[in-house]
Design a protein around this ligand. Structure first.
Ligand code: NAG
Ligand code: NAG
Length: 297
């Protein structure tokens, strides 16, 4: 059998599932605009077209995009430059979410602020429909000045939230403690900008200044190295096999490295302003999965 024939056959076997190679792809290869399309702009010259996307918000609507397919495990990320100047009241969200009734979700939410005041990055994890796992941090840079990378690395044992190359949060598989893990529901990637003036900035005290509209958040370098699950196909076992044979599923990546533990401690000491795990007023008993976090990891 000729080489090309073998390749063609191999390809046929994987038409429903494939792991893409790590790559930065054009926006529309993996995503489409799912609301406010007249507010979306594609700046950049011909070469860059499709590599930069601006989502905008005015007093009539926000805007957003969604991935074409859901993904299971691997590495998913992109670069964002947030609304500059007075961004009070605006919320830029970037999240992964599944579709079942008892859904899973991984959230990054960027809460704007008045000029010169710091953004808050709020993250949250939903497993089988249960969230209430907020963590809030200040960033160690101005996220409106330049593009920074935000992403997740996800395997059978842990989910890392990344800002540039720093782990800011980890959600461990705590099924042994009775907490459902995100291990069987593929998730779509979403992003949007919307008006959250009722709660976002200083607890809702700072409203959106519509004299400054439209507000724009910019995206580029869409990277997906994950298992794509096509809608007409419900069998996700191929994704498990891909995970086990990929780097993400190997023993060294199923626990945190010393550097990652140091990073998490540094973030915890210097940048975390709220952590549900230490909110005794809200929870009578500490949520079980918190036992996996600080100070042990
Ligand atoms: C939205 O802003 C425009 C331009 O400033 C203004 O003319 C319009 O009345 C505003 N609409 C609402 C619903 O506030
Ligand atoms: C906005 O700035 C104030 C004052 O520095 C700060 O307390 C608050 O946490 C900041 N972020 C948001 C989203 O409110």
């Amino acid at each position: 059998m000729g080489h090309e024939m073998k390749l063609a056959l191999a390809f046929l076997c994987f038409t429903s599932f494939y792991v893409t190679v790590a790559r930065a792809s054009a926006f529309w290869e993996d995503f489409y605009v799912n609301f406010g399309d007249w507010m979306v702009e594609y700046p950049g010259d011909e070469i860059e077209a499709g590599n930069i996307v601006d989502l905008r918000l005015d007093n009539t609507t926000g805007s957003g995009f969604r991935s074409k397919y859901p993904f299971l495990y691997g590495h998913i990320g992109m670069k964002l430059k947030l609304v500059g100047g007075n961004s009070a009241g605006t919320v830029t969200s970037y999240y992964l979410a599944s579709k079942f009734e008892k859904w899973c979700e991984l959230d990054f939410e960027f809460l704007g602020n008045k000029s010169g005041e710091p953004y808050i990055l709020q993250t949250n994890v939903f497993s089988e429909g249960k969230g209430d796992r907020e963590q809030r941090i200040f960033l160690w840079f101005d996220p409106t000045e330049d593009y920074h990378y935000y992403g997740i690395i996800w395997n059978q044992d842990l989910i890392q939230f990344l800002v540039d190359d720093t782990v800011i949060r980890v959600f461990h598989n705590s099924k042994d403690l009775g907490i459902p893990y995100l291990d069987y529901q593929p998730m779509y990637v979403y992003s949007s900008i919307w008006n959250g003036e009722d709660w976002a900035t200083c607890g809702g005290k700072e409203k959106t200044d519509w004299n400054l509209q439209p507000f724009a958040a910019s995206y580029k370098d869409f990277e997906i190295d994950s298992c794509t699950v096509h809608e007409d196909h419900n069998d996700i076992h191929d994704c498990y096999e891909k995970l086990y044979s990929s780097g993400y599923g190997q023993p060294e990546n199923r626990k945190l490295s010393q550097k990652q533990i140091q990073d998490l401690k540094r973030i915890q000491y210097n940048y975390v302003i709220y952590d549900y795990c230490t909110d005794a007023k809200r929870f009578n008993t500490t949520p079980p999965e918190c036992a996996r976090n600080w100070p042990q990891y």
